[in-house]
Design a protein around this ligand. Structure first.
Ligand SMILES: *[C@@H]1O[C@H](CO)[C@@H](O)[C@H](O)[C@H]1NC(C)=O
Ligand SMILES: *[C@@H]1O[C@H](CO)[C@@H](O)[C@H](O)[C@H]1NC(C)=O
Ligand SMILES: *[C@@H]1O[C@H](CO)[C@@H](O)[C@H](O)[C@H]1NC(C)=O
Ligand SMILES: *[C@@H]1O[C@H](CO)[C@@H](O)[C@H](O)[C@H]1NC(C)=O
Ligand SMILES: *[C@@H]1O[C@H](CO)[C@@H](O)[C@H](O)[C@H]1NC(C)=O
Ligand SMILES: *[C@@H]1O[C@H](CO)[C@@H](O)[C@H](O)[C@H]1NC(C)=O
Length: 722
């Protein structure tokens, strides 16, 4: 038998035995469907909560889809996670399951002083009570800070169109396009966030743009600010108009001055090609598309079934077991992450994604999008086999209630797949023995859990990746159409992408919460930093400069903060008081990959809404009241946000052998360039972090051959002679 054939045959048995291992015993914490405690709400549960709320006549709830604002309605229904302590007790001891509850957001608009209130509704599946969930102490959720619902968006768009009717002539003359009866030459209004300016509590800037291609919007130089603070649409007003560098009080004033020949217009030239895009693959979500989407070139194939298994929202893959959630508010996160039946992390979750623009128009100056304000999970999109995930992936639907009147199925919102890492995981050559060693799975594999969020001009692709060595990685890729504003004289320093258009440098920042439980709840945090040291000691008097590792222990929250944009110590270590046989604390190392150097120092009051961005890493002691570094209210009224991350560090708690949470900020900056038109490719735009075992495994001479890396992944093959 040839060498190649032999390794293939044995490779097969190794795969079989891995499968048997995976099936042999589920991790203890998952037994008897216990992991359900962390599951997203089912359609039935959402329906039950909705019916319960509608039956409470005192709430006077109306359907969400009626085009009115002065009504009470339910914005959101999602899981309300029980306390960590209760979940752990239930999973690890024989205690009763914690009560299952839903988090509900109600807009009370049909009253003189409208408000937004959150409730816990339970117990599921047959709710009988509701309890108000208060904001953090000394904070409140203002009515102006509520997320924008579809009804408000649609009414606003209508209002803007109506208010700009006097400008029809100006639009046609300067752009050649129109808002109505446009027949392929259409204008549109898009808005920027936040939906407030300092002096006005609910006000939005709109940009008039030409739709040049399917997704490519070209600014026209007109921006208008609408005050929509009232729940009575008749009170809404255009409060500012900006055209080609000048301010006007109203569309009427601009129209009059234009008619009098007093306006310096900017006529757009038609330099862009006609719309030649291919028809989209999906006509509607969940619709049919050609399968398989076979294109030439390599693709992933999976021999003899998958090597991971799924039980509800729980995944078992080799030595890994974990649960996941995709919540309408905050998107994808993983929970209860175990490796070889030991705790690694209780939760790893996306908190927010922020884009800070610094453009030189009134709308551009203000733009600071905090995407959580749109519900990162409510904007998940369908993933296509062979395009967003390999064809071999498992695709999962999710059910959300966000700005609707019942549970809504989001088809193929999640995918899970195993792919080769593309790199050998261990040496294949043994120089000393003069032999070549082959292992069944020397290439290594990884399991990927993926979802996306599509926001305005941008798609985020969220990945959690599991390696057989015990390493996890969290990654976000971003791709999008460049956001451009009109070219102005003041904007001269910026890149001139297309005629009249400016692409702007801007920064994207993503915040993760990493609730590590390395080999148990109690952990400490220390760093190792290489430093050069002069040593003069050796048989020869020659001076040596050697690298030594310098350890720093962090005992207080304030001490364990690292400013964004500064270089981090090389080794960021979370360790358990449990020691390995050599006496080292069993640890996991955090390695942050971020490419933005721009540090966001507290400049303005509204930066309080994302004060987490000040730190690339902050370590805090776990607290049930510090589950999220921000809130869906921070976006729209950043001047007085209900959650300020900085507050978590105020009490400067002790973090020695405590339940620790690592808060990680990663970011990338975009300097626009011609290759970014019309869109920015995802391949260069990714950031994230790794969690790597560091003295986590017990390794003795006896079991060196089955060392830490890839025990389950490799089958040793008798070396052939070289
Ligand atoms: C919000 O409105 C509801 C319904 O009228 C009322 O019961 C509740 O007390 C209000 N909450 C606040 C904080 O004003
Ligand atoms: C898949 O399993 C079948 C039956 O057990 C076996 O004959 C076949 O060789 C396997 N294929 C691969 C690629 O492992
Ligand atoms: C964690 O440490 C606290 C003291 O800080 C102790 O009371 C508790 O028992 C420890 N928990 C575990 C699981 O070791
Ligand atoms: C080592 O010693 C030399 C001579 O005293 C000095 O110039 C150099 O800075 C020292 N290097 C370090 C890393 O301390
Ligand atoms: C140098 O060697 C002596 C004796 O071997 C030892 O006592 C001393 O600590 C050493 N110094 C350094 C800097 O390693
Ligand atoms: C190595 O052996 C020790 C002691 O028998 C055991 O505790 C440990 O789990 C083994 N490590 C691996 C990686 O198998």
């Amino acid at each position: 038998m040839g060498l190649a054939q032999r390794s293939w045959a044995l490779g097969c048995t190794a795969i079989m035995s891995v499968l048997q291992m995976a099936m042999a015993g589920n991790p203890n914490w998952m037994l008897n469907g216990k992991a359900q405690v962390l599951a997203d709400l089912s359609a039935q549960e959402i329906q039950a909560v909705h019916s319960f709320l509608m039956s409470r006549t005192e709430l006077d709830l109306q359907p969400s889809d009626t085009r009115a604002l002065d009504k009470n309605s339910v914005l959101l229904i999602e899981t309300l996670l029980p306390k960590k302590k209760d979940v752990l007790e239930f999973l690890n001891k024989e205690t009763k399951a914690p009560v299952r509850e839903a988090r509900v957001i109600v807009f009370f608009s049909a009253q003189e002083h409208p408000n937004v209130t959150e409730f816990a509704v339970g117990p599921l599946p047959q709710p009988i009570y509701m309890r108000e969930l208060s904001p953090r102490p000394a904070k409140h959720r203002s009515w102006a800070s509520r997320p924008m619902c579809k009804a408000e968006q649609s009414l606003l768009y209508h209002k803007v169109k109506e208010a700009t009717t006097p400008l029809r002539e100006l639009f046609l003359h300067t752009t050649g396009f129109s808002l109505e009866d446009c027949n392929g030459q259409c204008l549109t209004f898009t808005h920027v966030a936040p939906h407030s300016v300092e002096s006005r509590h609910r006000a939005t800037w709109f940009l008039l743009q030409r739709i040049v291609k399917e997704h490519l919007l070209q600014p026209t130089g007109l921006e208008i600010l609408v005050d929509h603070g009232s729940t009575d649409v008749r009170d809404w007003r255009v409060v500012q108009v900006w055209y080609n560098g000048k301010q006007y009080n109203s569309p009427e004033e601009l129209a009059q001055k234009y008619a009098d020949g007093e306006v310096d217009t900017m006529v757009l030239k038609d330099l862009l090609p006609k719309n030649t895009e291919l028809p989209p693959i999906f006509n509607k979500p969940g619709g049919k598309f050609p399968t398989p989407l076979r294109k030439s070139g390599p693709h992933v194939e999976q021999a003899n079934g998958s090597r991971y298994s799924l039980e509800g929202n729980t995944v078992i893959y080799k030595d890994w077991s974990f649960s996941f959630q995709l919540r309408p508010s905050s998107g994808l996160h993983i929970l209860n992450v175990h490796f070889r039946n030991e705790y690694i992390a209780y939760e790893i979750s996306v908190q927010d994604a922020v884009a800070v623009h610094r453009e030189k128009t009134p709308a551009g100056e203000l733009t600071k999008t905090m995407d959580l304000g749109w519900g990162l999970g409510s904007v998940t999109r369908e993933l296509a086999p062979g395009i967003n995930c390999p064809e071999t992936a498992t695709f999962l639907d999710v059910i959300h209630y966000y700005d609707t009147d019942g549970p809504v199925r989001y088809p193929r919102a999640l995918c899970i797949f195993e792919i080769p890492t593309g790199m050998p995981v261990r040496p294949t050559f043994n120089h000393f023995a003069g032999k070549i060693n082959f292992f069944s799975d020397v290439m290594g594999h990884k399991l990927v859990l993926r979802a996306t969020s599509a926001l305005y001009n941008f798609d985020y692709i969220w990945d959690f990746i599991f390696y057989s060595s015990g390493m996890i990685s969290a990654k976000v890729h971003a791709t999008g159409y460049v956001h451009t504003t009109i070219y102005t004289r003041e904007g001269l320093g910026e890149t001139h992408l297309l005629t009249h258009q400016l692409g702007h440098s801007h920064t994207h920042l993503v915040h993760y919460r990493v609730d590590l439980d390395v080999a148990g709840i109690n952990n400490s945090f220390h760093t190792l930093q290489t430093r050069q040291k002069n040593t003069t000691n050796s048989s020869s008097p020659r001076r040596l400069v050697q690298d030594i590792m310098e350890k720093t222990q962090y005992s207080q929250e304030r001490q364990a903060t690292f400013s964004f944009g500064h270089t981090l110590p090389s080794f960021l270590l979370f360790s358990s008081p449990k020691k390995d046989i050599w006496g080292y604390r069993r640890s996991y190392r955090l390695k942050i990959y971020s490419t933005s150097e721009q540090s966001l120092t507290p400049e303005t009051q509204e930066d309080l809404a994302f004060s987490w961005a000040r730190y690339s890493l902050a370590v805090s002691k776990y607290s049930d009241s510090e589950r999220y570094s921000t809130s869906i209210y921070n976006q729209n009224h950043p001047w007085d946000p209900p959650v300020v991350f900085e507050d978590f560090l105020q009490n400067n708690e002790n973090i020695d052998d405590q339940d620790l949470v690592a808060w990680v900020t990663v970011g990338f900056s975009h300097g626009p360039h011609s290759e970014a038109v019309p869109y920015m490719a995802s391949s260069r735009n990714f950031v994230g972090f790794l969690l790597l075992p560091f003295n986590f495994f017990y390794i003795t001479e006896k079991n060196l051959s089955t060392s830490a890396a890839d025990v389950a992944d490799t089958g040793f093959l008798e070396a052939g002679s070289a």
